[in-house]
Design a protein around this ligand. Sequence first.
Ligand SMILES: NC(=O)c1ccc[n+]([C@@H]2O[C@H](COP(=O)([O-])OP(=O)(O)OC[C@H]3O[C@@H](n4cnc5c(N)ncnc54)[C@H](OP(=O)(O)O)[C@@H]3O)[C@@H](O)[C@H]2O)c1
Length: 316
Amino acid sequence: MAEKMKAAVFHKFGNLENVTVEEVDIPEAGEGEVLVRVEAAGVNPVDAKIVQGYLKNALPHEFPVVSGWDFAGVVEERGFSARRFEPGDKVYGYARRPVVQWGTFAEHLVIPESYLAHRPGNIPVEQAAGIPLVGLTAYQSLYDAGDIQEEEKVLILGASGGVGSMGIQLAKEQSAYVIGVASEKNHAYMKKLGADEAVDYRGNDVGKAVQEIHKEGVDLIFDCTGGETLQQSLKSLKPEGRLVSIRNRGADLDSNIRHKYVFVEPNSSELQHLRELVESGRIGLPVSEVFELAEVVEALEKVETLHTKGKMVIKM
Ligand SMILES: NC(=O)c1ccc[n+]([C@@H]2O[C@H](COP(=O)([O-])OP(=O)(O)OC[C@H]3O[C@@H](n4cnc5c(N)ncnc54)[C@H](OP(=O)(O)O)[C@@H]3O)[C@@H](O)[C@H]2O)c1
């Protein structure tokens, strides 16, 4: 009989209360896969959206589904031909597979070794656990899709959240000029991360506010919010400027706008680069709250608000 583990699972789409901590079989590592012991997992807005069924037509799934998409942990066993890591190696990763089923809010996880990297050794496991999804998202948006260049002006919408916190730091790493957008209570936080300027979206037209200071406009908008804030911001984009969005796939956008949508994918070499940046002290991810696995519903309810700062994490 398979050994058991605790995992936060749901058996049907619906309310966040559908997620319960249950005993389930520990999965076995297959070809090219490793079994890891999860020590901590990042809590992301997508975790709530998945439970509520918003992505059910976009992503195939198989019930029961274990929630959670990123983690830090320790390699325990290796499947056939999985030889890049040794048992005992401390790793982190983004675990989205083509079929949504085995998530990271669990004591164990089977994952292709190609999704993993050694985790930063200089930070607590809670911080490492929150980096993969938001770090890769900001990396793939600014560096891959956005092709951000030195000295460019970058406007980041939703810059005090998980993705935005990484976005500010990765943009500064490229010597860009960063304008962060969030509510005023988070302005000091964004500036501490490196933002050159902060703009409030509440009671303010973000595009007009940016235009008043930067008449020539910005080179790149990194949109982590969508909606009205995105629409307002477009007037501050240079005619030849680029928009990279993780919220808007092209709806209600003028066809003249150079727009790319990013849906983050696992990437081991980018995780290694992020680790190097963290270990050299150049970037980091502030953790605002740590939950226990039993508090998973509370964590999902909070992250769903889209007003948390930095990263929330579940510790196993
Ligand atoms: N496509 C992808 O691959 C991908 C990957 C990761 C995330 N996402 C999505 O991207 C979004 C952001 O993710 P996250 O993890 O960074 O979320 P988060 O941690 O909840 O951060 C949300 C951020 O948005 C700000 N905000 C909320 N409403 C706003 C508005 N109307 N205008 C401007 N800023 C606003 C918040 O600031 P205040 O608290 O100050 O309001 C905060 O800075 C989520 O919807 C998530 O599902 C997509």
